[in-house]
Design a binder for this molecule. Structure first.
Ligand code: CAA
Length: 386
């Protein structure tokens, strides 16, 4: 199937990354995809294989054992993984863009040496803890507190919806130090989840989709952190969170494109095979209209994701481009999955076929790393500033 349509837009290296990711996804990830979904199975056997290809240290410099690739390559990898298993793609994207990226950009040399080699090799899995039980879209309203006592930071509070939480070793944690200073009172820390006293991981959430991507709360009960676990300077936490999410949102856009592609590819196959009124349903205009609309929105969404990635690689402002890509791609993905189900008719509604999974997996892309409503808010506020 040629639903990729990106050859001419990629450099030779990026094309090689894409074919490597596609081969890996089809050979290693696809055979697990239904088990991952149906059994809510975390595909741990993929971790060493992903790291061997550099997919767990996509932007990490070679000196720390990473692949040192650009953001376009990252988008391409996430899309190819999501095309066969959205759960695997988000395990990879949360690790790379939400945990490694802020370390690369804000950590001290000593922190980089301590964390990046283990993250890039897959020895450690990363996560990002910003949301709380009562703090989601209004990210500045943090209630997990960090209090300085001598040379120690004492952390108390609960984080929610942490992708990779049940499996993660390293966490980028956001806390409030001075509520009266609002976003300027927020700090970021790097926390070793498995060895720090007072950290407890909540139950694995029973989710509608991306069922193999483990999600949990994390509770911090009088957790003592040393000063060298602070990421950046005190008060920089909100900006670290927002700039990290700018990149993360491009990854979610690519994830959405991958899921939508899967819906189109399955639908094309079904439309060729299934007959109604004496001919394959793909020869009926009503089905062709759905296929055409899916193809247009997938190509447009991918162009937006790659354009945002290119702006990031070129060090141009990309907050709006990232939000636009995520907003458009996630909504397109849900629509493509719905159309895929419609094309499959009754078979689209049962688990024997994969299109119902695509809808369940696509839906979260409109919610995590900022809801569609928040993306619209970010886009409009950037437009008004520009
Ligand atoms: N990059 C850098 N700095 C930024 C920024 C960005 N993208 N966006 C805002 N800032 C800065 C502003 O410049 C401002 O700084 P100054 O005061 O120095 O000018 C400061 O941050 C405050 O900005 P705003 O006034 O715009 O902030 P706000 O409180 O109005 O919030 C918001 C803006 C866009 C609504 C933000 O709260 C937001 O993005 N909310 C959604 C949070 C989110 O995406 N959560 C998902 C969590 S991750 C997850 O889903 C789980 C997972 O594991 C995958």
């Amino acid at each position: 199937m040629s639903t990729e349509n990106v050859e001419f837009e990629l450099t030779e290296e990026q094309r090689l990354v894409r074919s490597t990711a596609k081969d890996f996804a089809e050979k290693e990830v696809l055979p697990l995809a239904r088990k991952v979904d149906h059994e809510h199975y975390f595909p741990k056997e993929l971790i060493p294989k992903l790291s061997a290809l550099g997919f767990l240290g996509v932007f990490v410099p070679e000196e720390f054992g990473g692949a040192e690739l650009d953001f376009v390559s990252y988008s391409v990898i996430v899309e190819e993984l999501a095309r066969v298993c959205a759960s695997t793609s988000v395990i990879v994207s949360a690790h790379n863009s939400l945990c490694i990226w802020p370390i690369l950009n804000h950590a001290s040399d000593e922190q980089k040496k301590r964390y990046l080699p283990k993250l890039a090799s897959g020895e450690s899995l990363g996560c990002f803890a910003l949301s709380e039980p009562s703090t989601g879209s209004d990210a500045a309203a943090q209630t997990c507190m960090s209090k300085k006592e001598g040379d120690t930071w004492v952390i108390n509070g609960v984080k929610n919806w942490v992708t990779n939480g049940p499996e993660a070793d390293v966490c980028i944690l956001f806390t409030m130090e001075n509520p009266e200073e609002k976003h300027k009172g927020i700090n970021a820390f790097i926390v070793d989840l498995k060895t720090t006293k007072g950290v407890s991981i909540g139950k694995k959430e029973d989710k509608l989709g991306i069922c193999g991507s483990p999600t949990s709360s994390i509770t911090f009960d009088n957790v003592e952190l040393s000063n060298d676990q602070l990421l950046g300077t005190p008060g920089l936490g909100f900006k670290i969170a927002m700039s990290t999410l700018d990149g993360g949102r491009i990854g979610i856009a690519s994830q959405a494109v991958g899921i939508a592609r899967a819906a189109l590819e399955d639908s094309l196959q079904y439309a060729r095979e299934r007959k109604a009124f004496g001919k394959p349903i793909g020869q009926h205009q009503s089905i062709q209209n759905h296929l055409a609309d899916m193809s247009c929105s997938i190509d447009a969404a991918r162009l937006m994701a790659l354009s945002a990635s290119r702006r990031k690689d070129a060090k141009l402002p990309y907050t709006r481009a990232a939000a636009q890509a995520k907003l458009f791609a996630s909504e397109a993905s849900v629509q493509c999955a719905l159309k895929g189900i419609q094309i499959h008719g009754g078979y689209g509604y049962v688990r024997e076929f994969n299109v119902e999974r695509y809808l369940r997996d696509a839906k979260i892309t409109e919610i995590y790393e900022g809801t569609s409503e928040i993306q619209r808010l970010v886009i409009a506020s950037q437009l008004l500033k520009e």
